[in-house]
Structure formats: C-alpha cells, structure tokens
Design a protein around this ligand. Structure first.
Ligand SMILES: [Ca+2]
Ligand SMILES: [Zn+2]
Length: 424
C-alpha cells in the first residue's frame, strides 16, 4: 500500500492511501502533507521488507528440509543399489537392475481380423497410453477390432493412431461400415500419424482421408511421417509415451515427398515405428519391402530388437537379410492368414513364405502367426490367434489366444514348408 498527496476540493492538501476516496489526513500546506506522506510510505516499506524477510526465513527452513530428504534418499539409493549388486553377483542371475528403475508395463497385441484376408491391426498398451497401428483387413474387421480394444481402452481415447500405408488390409477398419462403425468413429483420437506420401487412388483411401480430415477439424493432432522425422509442423520423431517408453517414427525416405527417393510401390511408404524401453526395442515396419528396408537401415541407427513384426505379412519380398542382420530379432510375429492363395497360387510364396522362414531361422525360432486358412464356413481359423508380446516385471513373454505353438511345430508348417537346418 502506497500514500500520495492530492489537493482536496476544499483547497487543502490530502494524503491519500492507494485506492481511497477520502484522505487519511489533510494539511494546510503542501510541504507538511509531503513530509507526512513520505513518513507513511517509509513505514509501509519497512513492513513490506519485514514480511519478505519472514517469508525468506520460511524458505530457508524449507530448503534445509528438502536438502536433508535428498541426502537421505541418495544414501538409501546407493545402499539399495550395492545390496542388489552383491546379491546379483553372488547368484547366477545374468543381468542386474537397480530397483529404482522405472518400467511401466508394455504390451503389443497382434490381432486376428475376423476374416480370411491377411492384414494388420496392432494394439499397443504403453503404461496407460493406448496406441493403434493399422486397422485391417476389411471394413467388417472394425467390429472385431473394437470388441478387442474395448477390453483395454478404458477411457474411450486412443492417444495415438498410426495408419502405415493406404492399402485396404491396413486402413479398411478405420472406415468400417454402417453395421461395423469404423475405429476412427468409435474412439476419441488424440494424435493421428500416417504415411503422408501415397500413390493410392482407391475408394477406401479417399474414405479414409475424408474421415481423417473430419477428425483434424474436430481437434485431432495430425502429422505425416515426414513431419515427424523432419521435425515439421510441430511434430517430433520421438514421442515419450510414459516415463520409460518412447515411440520413434523412423526415417523412411520413401515417405518423404521432398526426398530424391521415389517409388510407385505403396508398401514402401509404410510408417515404421521403433518402441524403446530401458534398452529393449520393438520394431514394426508395416509392409515395407526389401528396397525400403535397405534405405531404412541406411538412414536410421537401428538397434537389436526383442520383437519384430515380420515385414509385409511374412512375404518373400520383405524381412530381408540386410535388415535382419542389424536388428537380430528374438521374437517375430506374422500378421497373416497362413496358406491363403489371396495373392499367389505358388505355395512357397503364400504367407508366411519359405524365403522368409529361410532368413528368419538364422535369428530365432520364436515365430508366431495369427490366422490360418480353413475349410470351415469362415474360410479361416486361429493359428496362434491374437498374439500378445508383453513386458512386465522385467520379463518379456508371449501369450496367444489359441495356443503358443511355434510356427515350426505346427501341422501347417510340417505339411507346407521345408524345415531349415537351424530349426531342425
Ligand atoms: Ca487412452
Ligand atoms: Zn498389407
């Protein structure tokens, strides 16, 4: 509060408090009023200083307490770390992890799609964040996918949706039908990332774009993959999903309209994502083909991965040596309808192809496949079924809805594929 001097209506000199309509005191001459005013303000200043110094004393006290807590926590942390270290080195356990490590649960769900057509839909639960990559394989799959998602998406919101490329076996379920409303209509979508680059002209593509644009209008953040890896339009390449889990949009130069690399193969526009948590990595490359994989390796520093979603449904045209030599996958999931003649009549080239098996076998026999063709009315049934690769309590596990049989141990494999020596 400050005082000031002002001439009153009666011709005297009033000393007014800030905001007051009547003077606190009035004087016949101005010098007396000025002197009083200065004294009053001096008193005010002293009080303010006193209050501030009282507060700063409180602050000092608070600071001291925080310092003591910090020292206690540090000493406690060091003690626990060395205690664990001792236990680890005396036991046969291989890796040591300080207990202070934050690692939220991380789950990758590779879904069956309710029909005999190969396609992708991968649901990822990262802590409390919900991410959906693709929604294949046909419009009707929307209801199969939604029934599955509803068990996990508790807040009605998908924090991230990614459409890898503009083929129907990846985007149909986003659009859906009247009876099976599209995934983009069934959930709130916070951020949508897609291929950006495309040569698609199909109806399903334009339906998807119309829906995407209506979401953007309604407030969904939208980035193309090149926005992400080129850091444009407010995007970044790495999204921190939780304290420990990140999602990186890898640099696929085919997905960059300004790059010198051009292609007419829609698959090569696929958005590629790398999930990382405390040194564990998980790679999904959509339907990227061999030439796209070569450029992916050249333009990104790819780590070894725990999980790799087989490129292009286990096609002979993807999961090339070039990529596998770098990522050295431990678990491989194939989203396809095994043994389907949807794309070829050559048995060896049907998903999962013999060439894919001959390359992947050098790294792992932990290969899982969602569906298989069948003589039943639906034309398909579960092979492993919905495949869940989960990281929990510092352990990675694979749990499937039908069975956990490795591809090499299935009847279909024995009847249709030549077992490589690595798997024998
Ligand atoms: Ca959510
Ligand atoms: Zn596909």
């Amino acid at each position: 509060m400050r005082y000031y001097v002002k001439k009153t209506t009666t011709g005297r000199y009033g000393v007014y408090k800030d905001g007051a309509t009547k003077p606190s005191k009035s004087f016949a001459n101005q010098s007396e009023a000025d002197a009083y005013c200065a004294k009053a303000n001096f008193k005010e200043d002293k009080q303010t200083i006193a209050t501030i110094s009282k507060h700063s004393k409180n602050h000092k006290f608070l600071f001291l307490i925080i310092l003591i807590i910090l020292i206690a926590v540090t000493i406690g942390g060091i003690y626990l770390f060395y205690k664990n270290h001792d236990q680890d080195s005396s036991s046969s356990s291989s890796t040591s992890t300080p207990t202070a490590l934050i690692d939220e649960d991380l789950e990758f769900h590779f879904l069956q799609l309710g029909n005999k057509f190969s396609g992708d839909s991968i649901f990822i639960k990262a802590g409390d964040k919900d991410i959906l990559i693709d929604a294949g394989s046909r419009k009707g799959s929307a209801s199969t996918i939604k029934t599955y998602l509803d068990k996990y998406v508790t807040d009605g919101k998908l924090e991230f949706v990614i459409a890898t490329h503009a083929h129907q076996d990846h985007i149909s379920g986003f659009v859906g039908t009247e009876k099976a409303p599209g995934i983009l209509k069934s959930y709130e979508v916070e951020t949508l990332i897609d291929f950006g680059n495309t040569v698609a002209t199909s109806t399903i593509y334009s339906d998807y774009v119309a829906l995407r644009d209506s979401l953007i209008e309604a407030g969904t953040n939208y980035y193309s993959q090149s926005d992400c890896f080129n850091h444009l339009n407010g995007a970044t390449d790495t999204f921190n999903l939780t304290e420990s889990i990140s999602m990186k949009i890898l640099k696929n130069v085919y997905g960059d309209p300004d790059s010198e690399y051009k292609t007419k193969n829609e698959n090569n526009f696929s958005v590629c994502t790398l999930f990382s948590q405390n040194g564990n990595n998980y790679l999904l490359t959509g339907d990227l083909e061999e030439d796209g994989e070569e450029l992916l390796v050249a333009n990104n520093e790819l780590p070894r991965v725990k999980l790799f979603k087989a490129g292009h449904h286990g096609s002979y045209t993807a999961s090339s040596e070039n990529l596998l030599n770098v990522i050295q996958p431990e678990i491989v999931t194939v989203c396809c309808c095994a043994g389907s003649d949807e794309y070829t009549s050559v048995d060896a080239n049907m998903f999962p192809s013999q060439a894919f098996i001959d390359r992947i076998c050098k790294w792992t026999d932990k290969v899982y496949v969602t569906s298989i063709v069948s003589n039943n009315a639906d034309g398909f049934e579960a092979l492993n079924g919905d495949i869940v690769v989960a990281y929990k309590n510092q352990t990675i596990s694979v749990t499937c809805s039908n069975n956990d049989t490795l591809l090499k141990d299935t009847k279909w494999f024995k009847d249709h594929r030549t077992c490589p020596k690595e798997w024998a």
